[in-house]
Design a protein around this ligand. Sequence first.
Ligand code: FDP
Length: 279
Amino acid sequence: MTQIFEAIKKSAVRIKEAIEYDDTGYSDLQNATGDTQLKLDIKCDLIIEEEFAKVASIKEIVSEEKEEITPLHVDGKYLVAYDPLDGSSLIDVNLSVGSIFGIYEGGQAGANILASVYVVYGPRVELVIASDALHFYRLNKKGEFIFQKDIHLAQKGKLNAPGSTQSCWEPKHKKMIDAIFNDGYRLRYSGGMVPDLHQILLKGGGIFSYPATSDLPKGKLRMLFEVFPFAFAYEKAGGKAIDGKNRLLDLSPTHIHDTTPCFFGSNAEIQRVLETYAQ
Ligand code: FDP
Protein backbone atom coordinates (compact mmCIF):
# COMPACT_ATOMS: atom_id res chain seq x y z
CA MET A 1 0.00 0.00 0.00
CA THR A 2 2.89 2.38 0.82
CA GLN A 3 4.19 1.99 -2.73
CA ILE A 4 0.80 3.02 -4.08
CA PHE A 5 0.80 6.14 -1.90
CA GLU A 6 4.32 6.95 -3.12
CA ALA A 7 3.25 6.53 -6.77
CA ILE A 8 0.31 8.88 -6.14
CA LYS A 9 2.68 11.47 -4.62
CA LYS A 10 4.96 11.28 -7.67
CA SER A 11 1.96 11.61 -10.00
CA ALA A 12 0.70 14.62 -8.04
CA VAL A 13 3.99 16.48 -8.45
CA ARG A 14 3.94 15.82 -12.22
CA ILE A 15 0.24 16.77 -12.52
CA LYS A 16 0.81 20.03 -10.60
CA GLU A 17 3.43 20.96 -13.19
CA ALA A 18 1.14 20.05 -16.09
CA ILE A 19 -1.70 22.14 -14.63
CA GLU A 20 0.61 25.12 -14.18
CA TYR A 21 2.24 25.14 -17.61
CA ASP A 22 0.44 22.94 -20.18
CA ASP A 23 -2.20 23.87 -22.75
CA THR A 24 -5.61 24.17 -21.03
CA GLY A 25 -7.60 23.57 -24.23
CA TYR A 26 -9.85 20.73 -25.35
CA SER A 27 -8.75 17.68 -27.34
CA ASP A 28 -10.86 16.09 -30.11
CA LEU A 29 -11.63 13.09 -27.89
CA GLN A 30 -14.46 12.09 -25.54
CA ASN A 31 -14.16 9.99 -22.37
CA ALA A 32 -16.26 6.97 -21.34
CA THR A 33 -19.04 9.21 -19.99
CA GLY A 34 -19.19 11.27 -23.20
CA ASP A 35 -17.44 14.39 -21.84
CA THR A 36 -15.07 16.07 -24.28
CA GLN A 37 -11.61 15.59 -22.79
CA LEU A 38 -9.19 18.39 -22.07
CA LYS A 39 -5.65 17.79 -23.27
CA LEU A 40 -4.83 17.92 -19.54
CA ASP A 41 -7.33 15.13 -18.71
CA ILE A 42 -5.48 12.86 -21.12
CA LYS A 43 -2.03 13.85 -19.89
CA CYS A 44 -2.90 13.43 -16.19
CA ASP A 45 -4.40 10.01 -16.91
CA LEU A 46 -1.18 8.95 -18.67
CA ILE A 47 1.01 10.24 -15.84
CA ILE A 48 -0.89 8.15 -13.28
CA GLU A 49 -0.88 5.06 -15.49
CA GLU A 50 2.91 5.38 -15.92
CA GLU A 51 3.50 5.68 -12.16
CA PHE A 52 1.12 2.81 -11.30
CA ALA A 53 2.74 0.55 -13.91
CA LYS A 54 5.84 0.53 -11.66
CA VAL A 55 3.92 -0.80 -8.62
CA ALA A 56 3.82 -4.62 -8.52
CA SER A 57 0.99 -4.83 -5.96
CA ILE A 58 -1.51 -3.22 -8.37
CA LYS A 59 -3.46 -5.85 -10.25
CA GLU A 60 -5.75 -3.55 -12.21
CA ILE A 61 -6.48 0.13 -12.70
CA VAL A 62 -9.63 1.86 -13.83
CA SER A 63 -9.77 5.51 -14.75
CA GLU A 64 -12.71 7.88 -15.06
CA GLU A 65 -11.22 8.71 -18.45
CA LYS A 66 -11.39 5.11 -19.74
CA GLU A 67 -14.15 2.71 -20.73
CA GLU A 68 -12.61 -0.50 -19.34
CA ILE A 69 -10.50 -1.85 -16.50
CA THR A 70 -6.80 -2.10 -17.49
CA PRO A 71 -4.90 -5.13 -16.16
CA LEU A 72 -1.42 -4.26 -14.81
CA HIS A 73 0.27 -7.05 -12.82
CA VAL A 74 -1.17 -10.60 -12.67
CA ASP A 75 0.34 -11.20 -9.23
CA GLY A 76 -0.90 -7.89 -7.83
CA LYS A 77 -3.87 -7.75 -5.44
CA TYR A 78 -5.29 -4.22 -5.60
CA LEU A 79 -7.65 -2.48 -7.98
CA VAL A 80 -7.02 1.28 -8.03
CA ALA A 81 -9.88 3.41 -9.38
CA TYR A 82 -9.08 7.06 -10.03
CA ASP A 83 -10.27 10.34 -11.44
CA PRO A 84 -7.05 11.95 -12.72
CA LEU A 85 -8.38 15.51 -12.95
CA ASP A 86 -11.68 16.06 -11.17
CA GLY A 87 -13.42 19.39 -11.73
CA SER A 88 -11.71 19.85 -15.06
CA SER A 89 -14.43 22.33 -16.11
CA LEU A 90 -12.73 24.72 -13.65
CA ILE A 91 -9.33 24.58 -15.34
CA ASP A 92 -9.97 27.50 -17.72
CA VAL A 93 -11.01 29.79 -14.84
CA ASN A 94 -8.02 28.82 -12.67
CA LEU A 95 -9.97 27.47 -9.70
CA SER A 96 -8.77 24.52 -7.62
CA VAL A 97 -9.09 21.02 -9.08
CA GLY A 98 -8.10 17.60 -7.77
CA SER A 99 -7.24 13.94 -8.29
CA ILE A 100 -9.11 11.16 -6.47
CA PHE A 101 -8.02 7.55 -5.87
CA GLY A 102 -9.80 4.55 -4.34
CA ILE A 103 -7.81 1.40 -3.51
CA TYR A 104 -9.92 -1.77 -3.51
CA GLU A 105 -9.24 -5.43 -2.83
CA GLY A 106 -11.68 -8.17 -3.87
CA GLY A 107 -13.77 -6.39 -6.49
CA GLN A 108 -15.50 -3.12 -7.25
CA ALA A 109 -17.76 -2.49 -4.28
CA GLY A 110 -17.91 0.14 -1.58
CA ALA A 111 -17.34 -2.57 1.03
CA ASN A 112 -14.00 -3.49 -0.61
CA ILE A 113 -12.31 -0.11 -0.35
CA LEU A 114 -9.20 -0.31 1.85
CA ALA A 115 -7.85 3.23 1.50
CA SER A 116 -8.37 6.39 -0.50
CA VAL A 117 -6.33 9.43 -1.42
CA TYR A 118 -7.19 12.81 -2.86
CA VAL A 119 -4.97 15.65 -4.02
CA VAL A 120 -6.00 19.32 -4.16
CA TYR A 121 -4.21 21.49 -6.73
CA GLY A 122 -4.88 24.99 -5.43
CA PRO A 123 -2.58 27.84 -4.46
CA ARG A 124 -0.80 24.97 -2.62
CA VAL A 125 -0.79 21.27 -3.39
CA GLU A 126 -2.31 19.25 -0.56
CA LEU A 127 -2.77 15.50 -0.26
CA VAL A 128 -5.03 13.56 2.08
CA ILE A 129 -4.69 9.84 2.77
CA ALA A 130 -7.59 7.95 4.31
CA SER A 131 -6.35 4.69 5.83
CA ASP A 132 -6.56 4.02 9.60
CA ALA A 133 -7.40 7.75 10.02
CA LEU A 134 -7.46 10.82 7.77
CA HIS A 135 -3.91 12.16 7.30
CA PHE A 136 -3.29 15.60 5.79
CA TYR A 137 -0.05 16.57 3.94
CA ARG A 138 1.30 19.62 2.09
CA LEU A 139 3.84 19.73 -0.72
CA ASN A 140 7.06 21.63 0.10
CA LYS A 141 9.57 23.33 -2.21
CA LYS A 142 11.63 20.14 -2.46
CA GLY A 143 8.70 18.17 -3.86
CA GLU A 144 8.03 16.28 -0.59
CA PHE A 145 4.65 15.86 1.05
CA ILE A 146 4.98 16.94 4.70
CA PHE A 147 2.52 15.65 7.29
CA GLN A 148 0.43 18.44 8.84
CA LYS A 149 -2.21 16.79 11.03
CA ASP A 150 -5.02 14.26 11.19
CA ILE A 151 -8.41 15.64 10.17
CA HIS A 152 -11.45 15.24 12.46
CA LEU A 153 -14.97 16.47 11.76
CA ALA A 154 -17.00 18.16 14.48
CA GLN A 155 -20.48 16.77 15.23
CA LYS A 156 -22.00 19.79 13.49
CA GLY A 157 -20.54 22.30 11.04
CA LYS A 158 -21.32 25.64 9.43
CA LEU A 159 -20.86 25.13 5.67
CA ASN A 160 -23.36 24.10 3.01
CA ALA A 161 -22.25 22.96 -0.46
CA PRO A 162 -25.38 22.15 -2.47
CA GLY A 163 -24.57 20.65 -5.90
CA SER A 164 -26.40 20.44 -9.25
CA THR A 165 -29.04 22.63 -10.89
CA GLN A 166 -31.58 23.98 -8.39
CA SER A 167 -34.46 23.94 -10.87
CA CYS A 168 -33.98 20.14 -11.11
CA TRP A 169 -34.10 19.49 -7.36
CA GLU A 170 -36.98 17.59 -5.73
CA PRO A 171 -39.17 19.89 -3.57
CA LYS A 172 -38.14 18.09 -0.35
CA HIS A 173 -34.47 18.60 -1.19
CA LYS A 174 -35.01 22.30 -1.81
CA LYS A 175 -36.89 22.61 1.47
CA MET A 176 -34.02 20.93 3.34
CA ILE A 177 -31.33 23.13 1.73
CA ASP A 178 -33.37 26.28 2.47
CA ALA A 179 -33.82 25.18 6.09
CA ILE A 180 -30.06 24.60 6.44
CA PHE A 181 -29.36 28.14 5.15
CA ASN A 182 -32.06 29.54 7.44
CA ASP A 183 -30.20 27.98 10.35
CA GLY A 184 -27.17 30.17 9.55
CA TYR A 185 -25.03 27.90 7.38
CA ARG A 186 -22.82 29.65 4.80
CA LEU A 187 -22.72 28.76 1.09
CA ARG A 188 -19.37 27.31 0.00
CA TYR A 189 -19.56 25.73 -3.46
CA SER A 190 -16.91 26.11 -6.16
CA GLY A 191 -18.13 23.33 -8.45
CA GLY A 192 -15.06 21.19 -7.80
CA MET A 193 -15.83 18.15 -5.68
CA VAL A 194 -12.30 17.87 -4.30
CA PRO A 195 -11.84 21.44 -3.01
CA ASP A 196 -15.48 21.62 -1.86
CA LEU A 197 -15.25 18.44 0.21
CA HIS A 198 -11.74 19.34 1.40
CA GLN A 199 -12.97 22.71 2.67
CA ILE A 200 -15.73 21.09 4.75
CA LEU A 201 -13.24 18.61 6.22
CA LEU A 202 -10.70 21.30 7.15
CA LYS A 203 -13.27 23.77 8.51
CA GLY A 204 -14.66 21.16 10.89
CA GLY A 205 -17.92 20.20 9.22
CA GLY A 206 -21.02 20.97 7.21
CA ILE A 207 -22.67 19.25 4.28
CA PHE A 208 -21.94 18.59 0.60
CA SER A 209 -24.85 17.24 -1.43
CA TYR A 210 -25.25 16.01 -4.98
CA PRO A 211 -28.81 14.67 -5.01
CA ALA A 212 -30.93 12.76 -7.51
CA THR A 213 -32.41 15.37 -9.84
CA SER A 214 -35.00 15.45 -12.62
CA ASP A 215 -32.21 15.56 -15.24
CA LEU A 216 -29.90 13.07 -13.46
CA PRO A 217 -32.10 10.68 -11.41
CA LYS A 218 -29.04 8.65 -10.39
CA GLY A 219 -26.96 11.71 -9.53
CA LYS A 220 -23.81 12.82 -11.33
CA LEU A 221 -20.88 11.64 -9.25
CA ARG A 222 -19.32 8.27 -9.98
CA MET A 223 -19.24 5.62 -7.27
CA LEU A 224 -15.83 4.05 -7.87
CA PHE A 225 -13.74 7.12 -8.69
CA GLU A 226 -15.38 9.89 -6.68
CA VAL A 227 -18.04 8.81 -4.21
CA PHE A 228 -16.53 5.76 -2.44
CA PRO A 229 -13.09 7.38 -1.92
CA PHE A 230 -14.67 10.43 -0.27
CA ALA A 231 -17.21 8.33 1.67
CA PHE A 232 -14.27 6.40 3.12
CA ALA A 233 -12.43 9.66 3.95
CA TYR A 234 -15.48 11.23 5.64
CA GLU A 235 -16.08 8.16 7.77
CA LYS A 236 -12.43 8.11 8.85
CA ALA A 237 -12.81 11.75 9.91
CA GLY A 238 -15.80 10.83 12.10
CA GLY A 239 -18.48 11.97 9.64
CA LYS A 240 -20.99 10.11 7.49
CA ALA A 241 -21.70 9.56 3.79
CA ILE A 242 -25.09 8.39 2.51
CA ASP A 243 -27.17 8.29 -0.70
CA GLY A 244 -30.16 9.80 1.13
CA LYS A 245 -31.10 6.58 2.92
CA ASN A 246 -28.23 4.08 2.73
CA ARG A 247 -24.57 4.22 3.70
CA LEU A 248 -22.68 4.86 0.45
CA LEU A 249 -20.02 2.24 1.22
CA ASP A 250 -22.76 -0.45 1.28
CA LEU A 251 -23.46 0.17 -2.43
CA SER A 252 -21.97 -1.73 -5.40
CA PRO A 253 -21.92 -0.44 -8.97
CA THR A 254 -23.08 -2.80 -11.72
CA HIS A 255 -20.93 -0.88 -14.22
CA ILE A 256 -17.64 0.88 -13.49
CA HIS A 257 -19.04 4.29 -14.43
CA ASP A 258 -22.26 4.04 -12.36
CA THR A 259 -23.24 7.16 -10.43
CA THR A 260 -25.23 7.69 -7.24
CA PRO A 261 -26.85 10.57 -5.36
CA CYS A 262 -24.56 11.42 -2.44
CA PHE A 263 -24.39 13.42 0.78
CA PHE A 264 -21.19 13.84 2.80
CA GLY A 265 -21.05 15.62 6.10
CA SER A 266 -20.79 15.72 9.82
CA ASN A 267 -23.27 13.72 11.86
CA ALA A 268 -25.83 16.45 12.60
CA GLU A 269 -26.24 17.42 8.94
CA ILE A 270 -26.46 13.81 7.74
CA GLN A 271 -29.18 13.22 10.32
CA ARG A 272 -31.17 16.02 8.66
CA VAL A 273 -30.75 14.33 5.27
CA LEU A 274 -31.92 10.98 6.67
CA GLU A 275 -35.02 12.63 8.16
CA THR A 276 -35.77 14.47 4.89
CA TYR A 277 -35.28 11.46 2.63
CA ALA A 278 -37.24 9.08 4.90
CA GLN A 279 -40.36 11.07 3.91
P1 FDP B 1 -16.69 18.51 -13.35
O1 FDP B 1 -18.00 18.36 -14.05
O2 FDP B 1 -16.06 19.88 -13.53
O3 FDP B 1 -15.71 17.39 -13.62
O4 FDP B 1 -16.79 15.31 -11.32
C1 FDP B 1 -17.83 16.08 -11.63
C2 FDP B 1 -17.80 17.50 -11.07
O5 FDP B 1 -17.00 18.41 -11.76
C3 FDP B 1 -17.41 17.58 -9.57
O6 FDP B 1 -16.06 17.84 -9.35
C4 FDP B 1 -18.30 18.67 -9.06
O7 FDP B 1 -18.57 18.59 -7.68
C5 FDP B 1 -19.54 18.52 -9.88
O8 FDP B 1 -19.14 17.93 -11.12
C6 FDP B 1 -20.20 19.84 -10.14
O9 FDP B 1 -21.41 19.65 -10.79
P2 FDP B 1 -22.52 20.81 -10.93
O10 FDP B 1 -21.89 21.89 -11.74
O11 FDP B 1 -23.66 20.14 -11.62
O12 FDP B 1 -22.90 21.27 -9.53
